[in-house]
Design a protein around this ligand. Structure first.
Ligand code: FAD
Length: 436
């Protein structure tokens, strides 16, 4: 028996981040679709939007297990519109980020979504970091990033008066926005073009055939509901669950998601003047996602972080969150132990910083020497989906694979939010190749 307010075909309104109400479905309205997109994060929504823009007559549904869209990575991030400095020339990340940065600024402008081209400095603290800084600058130039400058300490102090550093890259076009708002705008486009978004609806299985069958389960009410729908084509964009979704059709996948929690601190309001925009470290090429930074948000708040420690649940935003299935998946994966054996020192350092505030503060003080522990308040957390191969290699690039009529986005880490409009084009190109 279905709860009365959650019967098939019922549409309901849900308040979004900006207070606007958007209409989603509580259960799929149809039995058969042309395309089902699994995952209502920024990548899934951008993909559904792109598909509908190319083929407006298709029946498209987005299936999201949470009560609303952008509940995980897309709603828990730094909000930085990256320019594409970091990524290996020719990689999908480099292509998608450079083009995605421009596309994101234009999209925000057109849709009235607040954003700011605030600029960013990447700071070398001592001589040992200079070769990596120089290599990074050359990489940015090779990727076609506009406006990059190598700057000396007086210019750094003009831009960020409180920052330490002996040399820096200045990227004036790096921006900031709210990616949950962007995801909401994508969702509005999907609905406007006749697509459907179902929330509180988890995909538990995908059976491949000429038409795929998706087994769905309602997650939004205590009673739940179960239903199967058919789709000619399926695209999964499951973020922290992308490996589980991929395994529903590809038994041989070599990639496992390892969740890494990142906690932020927030600067006390009276200390916000210490950071004008974005202050970043020179990344370690082996761990490009490590390295705390300072980010000034659109609302004026300044966040410091995030760090990166193994999370014991896929969506483990708190230290105490534990999901035995998720932990077991990590512990029995050979790739995790290969990575741990090689880099256990880095892991231990991150854990110490996680539990000992003074250790975290010492790292931040290297960039802002006048910062004091009292200036920092506990802030929000995010969990990154880090894809790991069974040989212990961190999968760096975006990874999109297809298997007959199903396309899986297996790895879409940062800068996937920045690049979402362009990744969506890549995914739909891949899907159109696979589906014809
Ligand atoms: C701490 C942090 C900081 C970051 N900072 C930046 C930044 O500054 N700039 C940037 O460009 N990127 C940044 N990123 C990366 C960016 O947020 C992600 O790359 C992007 O949000 C990925 O989007 P997604 O749609 O693939 O995943 P998600 O947003 O995680 O969405 C996946 C969705 O799939 C749903 N789902 C999963 N399984 C199922 C299922 N079985 N059935 C139904 N639904 C399912 C989930 O509930 C989820 O809503 C950051 C990420 C983190 C964690």
């Amino acid at each position: 028996m279905l709860p009365a307010e959650r019967g098939p075909g019922v549409r309901y309104t849900i308040p979004m981040t900006n207070g606007v109400h958007t209409q989603f479905s509580t259960r799929p309205l149809l039995q058969r679709y042309d395309l089902a997109v699994v995952g209502g994060g920024i990548v899934g929504l951008a993909t559904a939007r792109e598909f509908l823009a190319r083929q407006p007559n298709l029946r498209v549904v987005v299936l999201e297990k949470e009560p609303t869209i952008a509940s995980h990575q897309s709603g828990h991030n730094s909000g930085v519109i990256h320019t594409g400095i970091y990524y290996t020339p020719g990689s999908l990340k480099a292509q998608a980020c450079v083009a995605g940065h421009r596309a994101m600024l234009d999209f925000c402008q057109e849709r009235g979504i607040p954003f700011e081209r605030c600029g960013k400095v990447i700071v070398a603290l001592d001589e040992t970091e200079l070769p990596r800084l120089e290599a990074l600058y050359q990489r940015g130039i090779a990727n076609g990033v506009q406006g990059l400058e190598m700057i000396d300490p007086p210019r750094l102090r003009e831009i960020e008066p409180y920052a330490a550093g002996i040399k820096a890259i200045y990227s004036p076009n790096t921006g900031i926005t709210d990616f949950a708002r962007v995801a909401q705008a994508y969702a509005e486009d999907v609905l406007q073009h006749g697509g459907e978004i179902v929330t509180g609806c988890e995909v538990g299985a995908i059976r491949q055939g000429q038409t795929a069958v998706l087994a769905l389960r309602g997650t939004a009410s205590a009673q739940g509901w179960q239903q199967e729908i058919q789709a000619r084509f399926v695209i999964t964009c499951g973020g922290l669950h992308s490996d589980r979704l991929a395994r529903m059709t590809c038994r041989t996948t070599d990639v496992q998601i390892v969740p890494f929690r990142g906690d932020y601190y927030v600067l006390r309001p009276e200390k916000r003047h210490m950071v004008h925009a974005l202050i970043y470290p020179v990344p370690d090429p082996q761990f490009p996602f490590l390295g705390v930074h300072f980010t000034r948000l659109l609302n004026g708040e300044v966040w410091a972080g995030p760090n990166a420690v193994l999370a014991f649940a896929r969506e483990g935003y708190r230290r105490t969150d534990l999901d035995l299935r998720a932990l077991w998946e990590v512990l029995r994966f050979s790739g995790f132990w290969k990575l741990a054996r090689k880099y256990w020192r880095v892991g231990v350092q991150e854990m110490v910083r996680d539990y000992v505030k003074s250790a975290y503060v010492r790292t931040l003080q290297r960039y802002l020497p006048e910062l004091r522990a009292d200036d920092l308040l506990p802030g929000p957390s995010g969990v990154r989906a880090q894809a790991l191969a069974s040989d212990g290699r961190l999968v760096d690039d975006f990874l999109i694979v297809h298997d007959q009529n199903v396309v899986h986005v297996q790895n879409a880490p940062s800068p996937a939010a920045t690049s979402s409009l362009v990744i969506a084009r890549m995914i739909v190109d891949e899907a159109q190749r696979a589906f014809t």
